[in-house]
Design a protein around this ligand. Structure first.
Ligand SMILES: Cc1cc2nc3c(=O)[nH]c(=O)nc-3n(C[C@H](O)[C@H](O)[C@H](O)COP(=O)(O)O)c2cc1C
Length: 447
């Protein structure tokens, strides 16, 4: 048994859950997209289970097949999290905010207010948005990577400087002396970059954790690694295997070291999509009932993923011994290894896809042990510090995870019995920071 404990975040990617048909499930209110009350319920359930944070991605645009699948985004993450913060006490909030489209002054202001409102539970997932539809909503073309990352460095440096521009002891609040603030402790930052600038100061006091915790997310490009290494305390990843995650986590940790920081100060989270059910069969049936159309559409892909002919009339029968002997995982797609493993367990093509084998992130389906085995293996292989968990249908999927999987993780000694502290920083186990990271001064000055 390992001493290491995992950290969990809960992804709120829509009002309904990660299955594209979650909004249509009979026990789900189809109006939840516009009901913050539903997200409050899910946040409270996650808090009951000791989740360190909610993670809200953000692609502010109408994308994908909205007629069938709904909108894969919550209405406005920061606004909703502000409401959720007033109905919870310990869970943190890692909200995505774009360095490409937001002005750093707005970002600094809104995230720090969330941090103050929530008594030190806010985080900022700083993303270099490149989505064309989002870009169009801001009336701009998508800039190249160099420009987006230069803007990101400048934005984060300005945001951090603004956060620190109200000195910790500036707020005197001395009623008898008639002195509200020590004005000398609110100083302009006067930062002028190539793309963004701000004078400051920011008129918002420190929170219980000083300032929000910075995260980043994405693939391990040299650009993103440099950004993460310098500023991030959390990294939201997209990885399919233990080996991939372990190698990527090492790159992220090395990047922090190169920037003059302690690698343990950046926590690495892999995605995990869950269907908790008494048996694997019942879990697959739940997924087929809600997302059967998506699974049906994927069935023809099995041939190319495994390199064998599969008769469309036999999608509900396990592959034959001959087919399995001839099957090979496609080197073009890291997920095909999982496809082959599941097919070899004797599942039919429809059930193979019901396992979520080509979803955006690894999927676990079945009773608590299935999920706990996956998470324990990744943790003990030093592939992760934790997971961002994305349940199939929030309405009962968050409770099922909390009631079934969390006790199993605790029984195995790999998840804390209770919250370590009251702030996000404490629950992540990352150090105090106020303003810019002083260890980065020389690097920042060369920008
Ligand atoms: C797990 C994960 C979550 C992401 N969430 C968001 C998001 O919410 N909003 C966004 O604009 N980009 C998001 N991204 C995209 C990246 O952060 C990044 O902006 C994008 O990959 C473009 O950067 P690049 O030029 O380095 O490829 C996410 C990426 C990953 C892997």
């Amino acid at each position: 048994m390992t001493e290491k404990k995992m950290i969990l975040g809960l992804a709120l990617t829509s009002g309904y859950g990660n299955l594209s048909g979650a909004w249509r499930a009979p026990h789900v209110d189809p109006s939840n997209y516009a009901k913050v009350e539903a997200n409050i319920r899910y946040a409270q359930a996650a808090e009951r289970g000791g989740f360190a944070f909610l993670f809200t991605p953000d692609f502010p645009a109408v994308r994908g097949d909205v007629e069938l699948s709904g909108i894969q985004n919550i209405m406005d993450p920061l606004m909703e999290l502000a409401a959720i913060s007033q109905a919870t006490t310990h869970i943190g909030f890692v909200a995505t905010g774009s360095t490409t489209f937001q002005e750093p002054f707005n970002t600094a202001r809104q995230f720090k207010v969330l941090d103050v409102m929530s008594h030190g539970r806010a985080g900022w997932n700083a993303v270099t948005t490149s989505d064309q539809l989002v870009s169009a909503n801001y009336g701009r073309a998508v800039a190249g990577r160099d420009e987006r990352y230069q803007r990101a460095h400048e934005s984060i440096q300005i945001v951090e400087a603004l956060w620190g521009s109200w000195e910790r002891d500036a707020w005197v609040k001395d009623q008898s002396a008639g002195r509200f603030l020590d004005g000398s402790k609110l100083q302009p930052i006067n930062l002028q970059g190539q793309y963004v600038a701000s004078r400051g100061p920011l008129a918002i006091p420190p929170s219980e954790q000083g300032q929000p915790v910075i995260f980043t997310s994405g693939g391990p490009s040299p650009h993103l690694l440099e950004l993460a290494g310098r500023y991030a305390s959390g990294f939201i990843a997209e990885v399919w295997s233990i080996e991939e995650a372990r190698a990527q986590r090492q790159l992220v940790r090395n990047a922090a070291k190169q920037a003059g920081r302690n690698p343990d100060d950046i926590k690495y989270f892999a995605g995990l999509m869950t269907t908790v059910a008494p048996t694997v069969r019942e879990g697959l049936d739940r997924r087929i009932a809600v997302s059967g159309d998506v699974i049906e559409a994927r069935l023809p892909h099995l041939e190319s993923l495994l390199g064998v002919h599969i008769d469309p009339n036999r999608y509900d029968e396990p592959l034959t011994t001959e087919q399995l002997a001839a099957a090979q995982a496609s080197p073009m797609d890291p997920r095909s290894e999982i496809v082959l493993r599941v097919a070899r367990e004797g599942w039919s093509p429809r059930d193979v896809f019901a396992h979520g084998v080509i979803d955006y992130h690894p999927v676990t389906v079945g009773p608590a042990e299935v999920h706990a085995d996956h998470m324990q293996a990744w943790l003990e292989a030093d592939a992760v510090d934790g997971f961002w968990v994305s349940p199939d249908i929030y309405e009962d999927g968050v409770d099922a995870f909390v009631n079934e999987v969390v006790p199993e993780l605790r029984r195995r000694g790999i998840f804390p019995e209770e919250y370590v502290g009251a702030t996000l920083r404490e629950n992540l186990g990352v150090p105090d920071q106020y303003g810019a990271d002083s260890r980065l001064k020389s690097a920042a000055d060369t920008e």
